[in-house]
Design a protein around this ligand. Structure first.
Ligand SMILES: [Zn+2]
Length: 499
């Protein structure tokens, strides 16, 4: 019997799925290919799947070194993903903690402590595409969805191996392709999603070392990539089929993947217009919404210099507009980039479109030159739409660089010993006695006492300020304080346990 789900084949209706997996609109070739693969994997009567193992997941855009082959790693201990293939939902339990040795990188400023997570995701037809992909990337999830989307089927030889290749178009113009090997196993599933820094970013899942778990064949090694870097890895130790899966949402622990998930912009969007604060002597702090990302604008003799192009095109456009309002009729010549993490570099493309030269640590030069040429066809941004493409101009520094027109001065220093980012820079305005820093001191509430555990980021920033003998009246964190207060050096000393 052929069971038709409902008109649009929505994910909600997928609950009506009967086995064997069938879909009225699917072509005979597609139905045959899916049937063959499901049979080979022993998945014809599969309703639930519980996968256990050990591995890690990555935080995209937050590596210690931009040239790292992995995204910033978080260990996933005692990983259990319990999937309901009829309800299209899953529970993810794991102990997520430091995955780098030594512990370095972004996604949470400071050393990472183990955190027990228990997250439930129930897909709906309007779930974000990246969340749907977390299901579709599964071998069984891919085959189910391919049927629903009336995918095309063709034979292809890749690197000498024969594959049945099944492809369909997902939401947000995302192509999805699965490669089924000659044993009938889903070898690889890949798609392309938008990332505001990397543009059209390939996200792929690779399944190897298949094993028989009581009749169900499942890979014991899973690797995912987002862009070139590795994003996820799991060594599967056990798979259980058709055991009950509870998809009730836990009281705490939230939904989804948490911070830094695939393709998501980080931080607040800055829907409110910018408000600037005069720092004196031709410098302004551009505030965003409280707790948002700040930038500093300097009125040099012939041009504008901006410190930090954060987040995305939208935020960068706000900063550019405010800079031009504050300093009319001058071009933006330079944008200074504290570090390459995507929430601090996501606005750089808009500054490049504006003709600005990026000043950054030399560790980022080759990386930026490469990624800024990546296509942005899924979600075109301003730079990607320019014809001809402007040249990407980058000036680098190592330990120190001074920008001055004789009246206005910005000193840039490399933060030695930063475990957050290899190329971390701070800016110092000697006349204003202001230090501008990103992620090395993300302040909380005002008048906080010395914490029980000192964050080594804070000790290290203070050590750098002392090493450089900077006379500091004020620290401006790019992650602005929630109350927009003036952060003093004394506040850093308290946080570093030195008061
Ligand atoms: Zn960072």
């Amino acid at each position: 019997m052929v069971k038709r789900w409902t008109a649009a084949g929505s994910l909600v209706a997928a609950g009506m799925l009967l086995t064997p997996l069938m879909w009225a609109d699917a072509s005979p070739e597609l139905q045959a290919a899916v049937d063959k693969s499901m049979k080979a994997m022993g998945a014809e009567n599969l309703k639930t799947l519980v996968i256990s193992g050990q591995g890690w997941d990555g935080c995209v855009g937050q590596p210690y070194d931009p040239n790292s082959p992995n995204w910033r790693k978080f260990s996933n201990k005692d990983y259990v993903r319990s999937i309901d293939l009829e309800k299209h939902g899953w529970r993810l339990q794991r102990v997520r903690g430091e995955g780098e040795t030594p512990g370095r990188g972004g996604c949470g400023a400071g050393p990472i402590a183990d955190q027990t997570q228990n997250q439930v995701t129930n897909l709906a037809a309007n779930s974000p595409w990246a969340t749907q992909m977390e299901y579709i990337l599964l071998p069984e999830g891919f085959l189910q969805t391919a049927l629903q989307k009336n995918a095309t089927v063709k034979a292809e030889t890749v690197k000498g191996k024969k594959y049945t290749v099944i492809s369909f178009l997902g939401d947000a113009k995302a192509p999805v392709t699965g490669y089924i090997n000659d044993l009938g196993y889903v070898d690889k599933v890949e798609t392309t999603i938008d990332n505001n820094v990397l543009g059209d970013m390939v996200w792929s899942a690779h399944y190897t070392d298949w094993k028989d778990f009581g009749g169900v064949k499942f890979p014991t090694h899973i690797v995912q990539y987002q862009g070139p870097p590795k994003f996820f890895e799991l060594t599967v130790s056990d798979v259980k089929a058709n055991v009950p899966v509870d998809l009730s949402v836990p009281d705490r622990g939230g939904r989804g993947r948490g911070r830094g998930g695939p393709g998501r912009g980080r931080g607040r969007g800055g829907a409110e217009g910018p408000i600037s604060e005069d720092l004196g002597g031709g410098f302004w702090l551009i505030n965003g919404p409280p707790g948002g990302y700040g930038s500093v604008v300097a009125d040099f003799q012939k041009s504008i210099v901006v410190i930090e192009g954060p987040q995305n095109d939208m935020r960068a456009e706000q900063i550019i507009a405010e800079a031009k309002r504050l300093v009319p009729n001058k071009p933006i010549r330079y944008v200074i980039n504290t570090h390459a993490h995507f929430d601090h570099s996501g606005g750089l493309r808009a500054f490049v479109a504006e003709g600005a030269t990026i000043i950054t640590h030399k560790v980022n030069k080759g990386y930026y030159e490469k990624i800024f040429k990546d296509p942005h066809t899924l979600v075109p941004d301003k730079l990607s739409q320019m014809k001809p493409q402007p040249k990407i101009k980058i000036e680098t520094m190592t330990e120190k660089k001074v920008l001055t027109d004789g009246t206005h001065t910005i000193e840039l220093y490399h933060v030695q010993g930063s475990t957050h980012n290899a190329g971390m820079l701070i800016a110092y305005l000697p006349k204003q006695k202001v230090v501008i820093e990103a992620d090395e001191f993300n302040v909380g509430a005002a008048n906080a006492p010395t914490p029980a555990t000192i964050n080594p980021y804070h000790t290290n920033l203070l050590a750098n300020i002392e090493r450089l003998k900077l006379d500091v009246d004020r620290i401006i964190p790019i992650h602005l304080p929630g109350d927009n207060r003036k952060v003093t050096l004394a506040e850093l000393k308290t946080a570093a346990g030195k008061n």
